[in-house]
Design a protein around this ligand. Structure first.
Ligand code: FES
Ligand SMILES: [Fe+2]
Length: 388
C-alpha cells in the first residue's frame, strides 16, 4: 500500500513502547566467531534466556537456559561431544534438550523424563540466528538476503550496538532520516526529503533523498570533492524485525535488531562500502579499513544515536502516560508495523491455546510483561557501544 509522504503531525501510537515481539521470526543473537568449538554462551531474546553452544563437530545448538532438574542456567555447564552438561549435578542433555545421562543414576534406574526446550538455530553471514517462536514454522521463515556478502568489491564492516531502550525506539531511529542535525559535527547528511512510502503486512519501505557534503562524504565515496554537495536517493526498509538500507550502489546496511527486554536492545549490523580497489588489495587492507571505519566513523555516529535513544527511553520510563508528536509518516508506519506484528502473534497464540493445541509456554506472558520501574538519570545506561 502506497502512503502519503506529506509531513503532518500525529500522536505517537500509544502502546508501541509496551509492545512485545513477534517471536516467529529469525533473530540474530551474536557473531559466529564469538563461539568456538566446545564453548557455550548465554543469549537473551525478549527475556527468554537461551544457552547457545558449539559442539565438538562445530555445529551450533540452542537450549533454554534452565536445567530441567533445578533451573540452574545451562550456559554455566560444559560441552561434552554433542551434548551440554549442567554444572550442578552433571545431568547431560542432547541437542534436542533431552536428558540422556545422570552421573549418579543407580544401575537399572530409569532416566526421568526431563526435557529442556530446544530452538532452531543456524549460522549465516557470520551471524548466529535463533528462532524463538514456534519451532515447526521456522523453515517457512527466511533470513534477510545480503547480496553484497558474496560479491567482490565491497568492504564489509560488522558493528554491534547495545542500547538501554525498547526496540521500538531503536527501530524508529533507524527509519529516521530527519536527524542529520544530531550528526552535524560529523558532517552527516542534510536537506532530507521523504519521496515515497509504502507499507505491507510485513514491511515499511521509505525512499528518501538526502544531501552530503564535506570530508566525511568524500571519504565514504558519496561525493567527488569535499566542498561539493551531492544529493542521492536512499531506500530504508524495515522488514520486520530487521532493517536494510541502500545508497545507490555506494553502500548498503543490514541491521539486525535483537530485543532483549522492554528497556534493552542490541543490534548486529553489517555495513558494505563499495571500494574501487583491486580485490587482492582490498582483502589485504580489509582488517585495517574495518578498524578505521568502525572506530573513527561508524561508532561516532552510533554513540550519538545511543545518547538520544537512551534519553528518549528514560523520559518514557519516567512518564509513560506523556504523549508525543511525530510528523514523519514513515515513523508512524514503523510503529503500526511493530504493534501489528505483536498483536498478530498474541492473537494467533491465544487462538492456539483456546483450541487446545500446543502451549507456547512462557513466550506470551513474557512478551507482554512491562516493568513498572523507572530509571534515574544515567542509571543502567551503557556509555559506549559494544565493540565487535
Ligand atoms: S540443576 Fe542441573 S543437574 Fe541439577
Ligand atoms: Fe543516527
Amino acid at each position: 500500500m502506497e502512503l502519503a509522504t506529506t509531513l503532518k503531525s500525529q500522536a505517537v501510537r500509544s502502546g508501541v513502547r509496551q509492545a512485545g515481539i513477534n517471536p516467529n521470526h529469525w533473530y540474530a543473537v551474536g557473531w559466529a566467531k564469538q563461539i568456538s568449538v566446545g564453548q557455550v554462551i548465554q543469549v537473551v531474546i525478549w527475556q527468554q534466556a537461551i544457552a547457545v553452544y558449539r559442539d565438538a563437530n562445530g555445529t551450533l545448538h540452542a537450549l533454554e537456559d534452565a536445567c530441567p532438574h533445578k533451573g540452574v542456567e545451562l550456559h554455566r555447564g560444559k560441552v561434552q561431544g554433542q551434548h551440554l552438561v549442567c554444572r550442578y549435578h552433571g545431568w547431560e542433555f542432547n541437542a534436542s534438550g533431552q536428558c540422556v545421562s545422570i552421573p549418579y543414576l543407580l544401575e537399572g534406574q530409569k532416566l526421568p523424563c526431563a526435557q529442556a526446550r530446544s530452538y532452531p538455530i543456524q549460522e549465516k553471514y557470520g551471524l548466529i540466528w535463533v528462532f524463538p517462536g514456534e519451532a515447526a514454522i521456522a523453515v517457512d521463515h527466511e533470513l534477510p538476503v545480503m547480496k553484497e556478502y558474496a560479491e567482490s568489491g565491497w568492504l564489509q564492516v560488522p558493528i554491534s550496538g547495545h542500547f538501554q531502550a525498547h526496540f521500538s525506539i531503536c527501530n524508529e531511529n533507524s527509519m529516521d532520516v530527519f536527524h542529520g542535525f544530531l550528526h552535524e559535527n560529523l558532517q552527516g547528511w542534510f536537506n532530507p526529503r521523504l519521496l515515497k512510502l509504502s507499507e505491507t503486512d510485513h514491511a515499511v519501505q521509505a525512499e528518501y533523498q538526502v544531501s552530503y557534503k564535506g570530508r566525511m562524504a568524500k571519504f565514504l565515496g558519496l561525493s567527488e570533492r569535499a566542498d561539493q554537495v551531492t544529493t542521492l536517493p536512499i531506500t530504508v526498509e524495515y522488514r520486520y524485525p530487521h532493517y536494510q538500507s541502500n545508497l545507490q550502489g555506494i553502500s548498503a546496511l543490514y541491521l539486525m535488531r535483537l530485543p532483549v527486554s522492554p528497556v534493552e536492545s542490541r543490534s548486529f549490523a553489517l555495513f558494505f562500502f563499495r571500494i574501487r580497489l583491486p580485490q587482492w588489495l582490498l582483502k589485504g587492507l580489509e582488517p585495517l579499513l574495518q578498524v578505521l571505519l568502525e572506530r573513527f566513523v561508524l561508532m561516532k555516529f552510533l554513540s550519538q544515536d545511543i545518547e538520544m535513544m537512551e534519553s528518549e527511553q528514560r523520559q518514557y520510563s519516567a512518564s509513560p502516560q506523556r504523549r508525543y508528536v511525530e510528523i514523519n509518516p514513515a515513523i508512524i508506519a514503523v510503529q503500526r508495523l511493530i504493534v501489528r506484528q505483536f498483536e498478530r502473534f498474541t492473537q494467533s497464540s491465544s487462538q492456539t491455546n483456546m483450541n487446545g493445541h500446543k502451549e507456547l509456554d512462557s513466550v506470551v506472558s513474557r512478551s507482554v510483561a512491562v516493568p513498572q520501574h523507572s530509571f534515574a538519570p544515567d542509571e543502567q545506561r551503557s556509555d559506549r557501544p559494544d565493540s565487535v
